[in-house]
Design a binder for this molecule. Structure first.
Ligand SMILES: [Zn+2]
Length: 1081
């Protein structure tokens, strides 16, 4: 009874609201003309559901207010799908009055009685349902769509990033209105203006695939089955521009259902391509097969990205598409798709639906039965073959290439026709164009098909582990396993005959594949697989080719296609978390010094020796790589694959006294250490008497040498070094580097014998031959060095260093000998004398270089300056306290220290701190009320990148600096021991504070189990720890004097008795960590 009443009331209300609208028609129409557009259909679709591109999630009648504060509600048919919310004049209309991209809806919320509003960036839409229940239902549905936006990852036309074919204003006739028009992906979208386009609110969209185009001299029309849209255009060029774009999208549809008759005129098209059932009512238009009803269902299960299934009665059939199916036909196409079907796996009329799905998945998604194209695996050759094939009428070849891995978007290398599609159009191969177009829409298939490699055979395996395998595994630790890789799963069995497997790894779960150097374990050749669950698998074999086959297959299965050229030839590959990558993931392949990085869509090739920065962010545990033209911040995820990455990257990035090729290099490929020394001497030492002959101060030389060996790229040779210190460092480096410039003692003899040649031309030619046999880095180093020595001797009247003198100094140095053989000096002398001839340098050029010394010096210093700051990041920093919107944006280069940042911020705000006041940069963790003063020499960027959303950087006065300095001033030995209240927090498990004995000395922090200090529980070096002032509020500590120690994954809260104790512990810790050097003097 009550229900009935309710319905009755609702009906009455509806009736009233309608009648109110009628009364107000005049006024209402005025508004409508102003605010919304009517695009009524002349004919309504018979099957409206066929028009829908995205499934409708909810539809129904709602009242809607007109915009601009109008109060009158209008009845509208509202329809919501995963991309848009649209409303229509009524439930029959095809073209909406308004469509709102769900990407642009910020909020949906209930307001007042039965109403809810959608808030977009630019406008708010107010709707009214008939009941509160209906209203709640709408709000929930819209909210669900909003929530799933991220997961779907799709983008609407309104997103600024999406590619549109054409856009601009057009004058629409009937109704006469200016519309901002956008063509994209076979659809025309209409907007009132560009602002609406950008803010995600449109009028309607028109599907061009069911439309035809009519051009006249000053206008054009898009004719759909339901209505005609006509547009006036100014000028011939403008009309052409629009019509060219449109004509690529529209197609005159074949008007009748003659499709079946024509398709079936090819005999093999009458039986299903998959199960041979008679009667094919369906087609997969990208896979080019005709299907029975049941197989079509299975195809649909794979999704439209794999198989695009359409009915032969559908409206999509164009003349071109028909021709594709007439030219190919099921039997021809199956010669490709079903070339190797084992008898037991084939389908028959009676096959179950699960068997169908399995077979179809193998056949098309994995390409298991495909006929291999002879170019498979050779990406470039496949692409070239595709470019050739699309210009011919050989559709079968194009199909085979496309599904063997040829890139449908590859570059043809011809500027006018850059892609296969453009080539096909140019050659008027309309069927090829059709085939390619269906491929552009289903490129996922290509990548999935090509990445499905299968492999099987015996390997030796060690029990998997959840930490990196660093220890040697003996042969006895390995057991033989039959391994098989197919359809995205790597499985292993006790024997080939066993059917129940011992274990398996999803290839999508493999995050890293790494190779060990031969002989690392009991089996000569081994590799490791790391999974996203944090497990490590070690496999081995004595046969290198077995290992190569396996790793190639795994690489192909794991890597995204953009990196598929790697083919298992690298040392280590996998994915890592990094902010710059696609959804936070970057793919990395390391081979030798070469690192290939796939971030977003492009692959960058980096020579790690030429990195500008490689800084390990302590605490956060990530690493930052900066190179010419880019940088990436890789975050540690505390899984076992990460430490291996870090050490491999560091090793490949060069350092120490390894060979010249293993050094950190400049862009031109000389070791940075050598280049920095030469630059310094060129700027300050060319006129210095006895340069390279005089020795510098040994202590300073050692300091400089050590810093070069540790990390050359971070060394900036400052003024504190005398030119002789630097000259000596260069010599010491050349003497220490493994194998020397001449690449080993075994080559020395050949170089020394060159001095015996008397004929100058023969001598030069011999030196050139010897040079060409050197590694690139050695050759480049010699060239740079000899150019430099040539410049030095050119000023010998000032610096007294003649060619002879330089020979005496550099001969034994470069040959790494004691100087007893005078020929070493002769080689250097002769190479300086014949520098131009040997290195093919024009004498005129060299003279110019010498003449313009001053200019060059100037330029060098400029270059130097630019090299020092390879990349900048804009950091938000607060001054004194965090106020919303009060952040200062500071450009921070990779080498900027906390002290430099503080100075910059103070200068920006014109603040000059009073004498004796220390200002510092602080890392503040708002949520937990923790703060840490950055050491003044600490690099800012790594800290900045490690900040969580609830943290920020702050510049303010250092509150304890005076107390800490005072505390340390009279300490002879810096150490501290005593009782502290300690609380360990692991994850969310809080514990209580307990009294413990703690010790800080010898750069170590020790935590004892008890008060007596008898048993050490934990011990860290101070370098492993970060010290924060404060602790989590909710811990309810005993005193307010708290400190927090961060180790890699754990946090320890300690609580001091009073403020003096707090200062004492802090002072001791910081002093030990920074060797007493706490603040800039
Ligand atoms: Zn079938």
């Amino acid at each position: 009874m009550a229900r009935k009443e309710e319905v009755g009331r609702a009906n009455l209300k509806t009736f009233r609201s309608l009648s109110v609208e009628e009364e107000q028609t005049q006024h209402f129409l005025m508004r409508e003309r102003e605010e919304s557009i009517d695009l009524p259909c002349l004919k309504f679709p018979d099957h409206p559901e066929e028009l829908i591109t995205h499934p409708v999630i909810k539809s129904g009648w709602l009242d809607k207010t007109p915009p601009k504060g109008g109060r009158r509600f209008q009845k509208r048919w509202v329809q919501l799908d995963s991309e848009y919310l649209r409303y229509f004049q009524n439930n029959k209309e095809v073209y909406s009055k308004r469509m709102v991209s769900v990407w642009c809806i910020n909020t949906v919320q209930s307001v007042g009685d039965q109403r809810f509003e959608l808030i977009t960036q630019s406008r708010t839409f107010l709707f009214r349902a008939e009941t509160n229940e209906q209203r709640a239902d709408w709000v929930v549905c819209v909210q669900k769509v909003l929530d799933s936006r991220q997961q779907n990852g799709g983008r609407s036309v309104f997103s600024k990033r999406s590619v549109v074919s054409n856009e601009g204003f057009l004058d629409m006739m009937s109704p006469r209105i200016k519309v901002y028009t956008v063509i994209k992906d076979h659809r025309v979208y209409l907007f009132k203006n560009r602002q609406e386009y950008l803010s995600g609110v449109g009028i309607t969209d028109i599907d061009l695939r069911k439309a035809s185009l009519k051009e006249s001299s000053r206008s054009f029309s898009i004719i759909t089955p339901y209505r005609t849209f006509s547009f006036l255009v100014e000028g011939e060029a403008e009309r052409r521009r629009w019509c060219v774009c449109l004509s690529q999208c529209v197609s005159c549809t074949v008007p009748t259902v003659r499709v079946c008759d024509r398709v079936w005129s090819v005999e093999s098209n009458r039986v299903c391509a998959d199960c041979s059932t008679e009667g094919t009512g369906w087609a997969s238009i990208n896979l080019c097969v005709l299907l029975c009803e049941q197989c079509a269902d299975a195809h649909r299960c794979l999704g439209p990205s794999v198989s695009k299934v359409v009915s032969l009665n559908g409206q999509l059939w164009t003349e071109e598409l028909l021709k594709v199916f007439l030219l190919l036909g099921n039997s021809k196409v199956n010669e490709f798709w079903a070339a190797n079907v084992p008898d037991a796996e084939g389908l028959s009329v009676n096959s179950s639906s699960s068997k169908r799905l399995k077979f179809i998945t193998y056949k098309y998604l994995h390409g298991t039965y495909r006929k291999q194209h002879h170019l498979t695996g050779q990406q470039e050759a496949l692409n070239n073959a595709l470019c050739a094939a699309v210009q011919s009428d050989d559709l079968m070849e194009s199909l085979s290439l496309l599904f063997s891995g040829a890139d449908v978007n590859c570059s043809s290398g011809i500027p006018q026709f850059p892609s296969p599609l453009a080539l096909a159009k140019h050659s008027r191969q309309t069927e090829q164009v059709e085939l390619l177009q269906h491929h552009l829409r289903s490129d996922v298939v290509v990548s999935e098909v090509t990445s499905a490699r299968s492999q099987s055979g015996y390997l030796f395996k060690v029990a998997s582990s959840n930490r990196p395998i660093t220890e040697h595994k003996a042969r006895a630790d390995f057991s033989q396993r039959w391994c098989s890789l197919s359809t995205g799963v790597f499985s292993y069995y006790k024997t080939e005959q066993m059917t129940s497997r011992c274990g398996s790894i999803r290839t999508s779960g493999i995050i890293c594949l790494s190779f060990n150097s031969p002989g690392s374990h009991g089996y000569e050749h081994t590799f490791q697989l790391y999974t996203d669950e944090g497990r490590v698998y070690l496999f081995g074999s004595d046969d290198i080719s077995t290992i190569k086959e396996w790793t190639r297959a795994i690489t192909m299965a794991v890597l995204p296609p953009a990196l598929s050229s790697v083919c298992g030839l690298c040392d280590r590959l996998g994915r890592l978390h990094c902010a710059e990558g696609n959804s936070g993931v970057g793919w990395f392949c390391l081979s030798g010094y070469k690192l290939q990085v796939l971030l977003r869509d492009n692959v960058q090739n980096i020579d790690l020796r030429k990195l500008h920065t490689l800084s390990v962010c302590d605490g956060a545990g990530g690493v930052m790589l900066g190179w010419r033209g880019g940088c990436v911040h890789v975050c540690s995820d505390h899984r076992p694959h990460f430490p291996g990455w870090l050490s491999s990257l560091q090793r490949a990035a060069g350092s120490g006294t390894e060979t010249l090729s293993q050094q950190q290099l400049t862009e031109s490929g000389t070791p940075i250490s050598i280049q920095r020394c030469i630059d310094h001497i060129t700027r300050h030492g060319l006129m210095s008497v006895g340069i390279y002959r005089k020795s510098g101060a040994n202590s300073r030389v050692s300091v400089l040498m050590d810093s070069f060996l540790r990390d050359a790229r971070s060394v900036c040779v400052s003024e504190e070094f005398e030119v002789d210190d630097v000259a000596n460092t260069l010599k010491r480096f050349l003497r220490a580097v493994r194998h020397g410039v001449f690449n080993g003692a075994e080559n020395t003899h050949r170089w020394l014998s060159a001095t015996d040649l008397t004929d100058r031309r023969a001598k030069i030619s011999q030196y050139q031959t010897l040079l060409s046999s050197l590694p690139d880095v050695n050759r480049e180093t010699l060239k740079v060095l000899l150019n430099h020595l040539y410049c030095v001797q050119n000023l010998c009247e000032v610096n007294q260093m003649t060619t002879r003198n330089l020979g005496i100094v550099f001969g034994p140095t470069l040959f790494q000998t004691d100087g007893s053989d005078p020929r070493t000096s002769t080689v250097v002398e002769e190479m300086i004398q014949n520098y131009c001839a040997i290195f093919n340098v024009s004498e005129v050029e060299l003279q110019k270089q010498l003449d313009a010394t001053s200019l060059i010096l100037h330029k060098l210093s400029e270059q130097q300056a630019s090299v020092k700051q390879p990349s900048h990041t804009i950091c938000a920093v607060y001054l004194e306290r965090k106020d919303e919107g009060a952040d200062l944006l500071v450009q921070v280069g990779v080498s900027v220290t906390a002290a430099e940042l503080v100075l910059e911020v103070l200068q920006m705000r014109g603040i000059e701190p009073p004498a004796g006041e220390t200002w510092s940069c602080w890392e503040i963790q708002e949520k937990d009320d923790l703060e840490r003063e950055l050491h003044y020499q600490e690099k800012v960027l790594p800290v900045y990148f490690s900040l969580s959303p609830e943290s920020h950087l702050l510049v303010r006065k250092s509150n304890y600096s005076v107390d800490i300095k005072q505390y340390l001033s009279d300490k002879v030995e810096v150490c501290k021991a005593g009782a502290l209240q300690v609380c360990e927090v692991k994850g969310d498990k809080n514990r209580n504070f307990n009294s413990r004995h703690c010790e800080l000395n010898n750069a170590t922090f020790r935590l004892y189990r008890d008060m007596q200090g008898s048993q050490v529980e934990r011990e860290w070096t101070v370098q492993e720890l970060k010290l924060f002032h404060g602790y989590r509020r909710k811990l309810r500590p005993l005193t307010p004097w708290g400190l927090t120690l961060f180790s890699d994954q754990q946090q320890w809260y300690v609580c001091c008795e009073n403020e003096d104790e707090l200062i004492a512990w802090m002072a001791t810790f910081l002093s030990l960590k920074h060797g007493g050097n706490l603040w800039m003097e």
